[in-house]
Ligand binder design. Structure first.
Ligand code: G1P
Length: 298
């Protein structure tokens, strides 16, 4: 019997060094896209896919994440006393998005290790993993929901993949295998291959649905790329198993919010997708471009 996917793991213990100084005191997961922290967008994706429990793997100084998903009684009370009920309801809604469970990663030993820290909280059932640096703007079924559908049909582990331009393979986990029924049956995987050695241009995007069989595999995974315990290396065991591991292309626009340029791009794309901001943002972009290049027409 294939169990439903009810739990998601969000690794959030990174130091956010690419966004210093912003991330000196604020966790990178709290950096906003327009006005919403990236981790809220990711948890909203999981919640819309039917996930109830979200296990956030924290490191030091991540109390702001817990506070964000807790009731802000004084703030809600103040808003209501000023007649701002819609705003107060929106804040209360964040608390209801999911049940947040915090676990701690005591040492930064890598993504595979971070996921393993959630083992007890997840237990013996399939679960989703969502990396907060990857945002997927969907127009219907949430990105992780699309992987859950494939898991429901196959019972196997599934990772989201995308084709990256030649020369960019070294920035990702790369997979290769055989295509059938619109999915890749993964046979080979390598985390951040050295330039010129990648087995394909199919890169892992930060969405996974994994069966509990991954736990002992992760527990025995040794440090790999960068001296860290890599999730990609742990997944090799699933790829070699009879159930297999699949790669699937998710329908939706992916943003790399973990990169400064990607973060700015995500802000613009999310703003343009909002009815209240689209026109003013287009106008503002024209103005900024004119001012800064002196040669861009409207
Ligand atoms: C992680 C994974 C990598 C994956 C990437 C997707 O790397 O280790 O396999 O391709 O996320 O964003 P990171 O970007 O955290 O270095």
């Amino acid at each position: 019997m294939i169990l439903p996917v009810r739990k998601a793991v969000i690794p959030a213990a990174g130091l956010g060094t690419r966004f210093l100084p912003a991330t000196k005191a604020v966790p990178k997961e709290m950096l906003p896209i327009v006005d919403t922290p990236t981790i809220q967008l990711v948890i909203d994706e999981a919640a819309r896919a039917g996930i109830r429990d979200v296990i956030v793997v924290n490191g030091r100084g991540k109390g702001a994440i817990e506070d964000h998903f807790d009731h802000a009684y004084e703030l809600e009370h103040t808003l209501r006393s000023r007649g701002k009920n819609a705003e107060a309801d929106a804040l209360a809604g964040i608390t209801r998005l999911a049940r947040i469970i915090s676990v701690r990663q005591h040492q930064p030993l890598g993504l595979g290790h971070a996921v393993l820290c959630a083992r007890e909280a997840v237990g013996d059932e399939p679960f989703a993993v969502l990396l907060g640096d990857d945002l997927i703007a969907d127009q219907g079924r949430p990105g992780i929901g699309q992987l859950i559908d494939i898991h429901a049909a196959t019972g196997a582990g599934v990772v989201s993949i995308m084709e990256v331009p030649e020369g960019k393979e070294h920035m990702y986990g790369i997979v290769a295998g055989d295509w059938a029924d619109g999915r890749l049956r993964i046979r080979e995987m390598v985390e951040k291959p050295r330039p010129g050695t990648a087995p394909s241009r199919w890169a892992i995007v930060g969405r996974y649905v994994l069966p509990p069989a991954i736990w002992p595999m992760l527990a025995s995974t040794k440090a790999g790329h960068g001296g860290e315990i890599q999730l990609t290396d742990g997944l090799k065991g699933l790829a070699a198993s009879s159930e297999g591991l699949y790669g699937a292309v998710i329908d939706g626009e992916r943003h790399d919010a973990g990169d400064r340029l990607g973060y700015l791009r995500a802000n613009l794309a999310y703003a343009l997708a909002r009815a209240d901001l689209r026109e003013p943002v287009m106008e503002m972009m024209r103005e900024v471009l004119e001012q800064h290049s002196g040669k861009v027409g409207g």
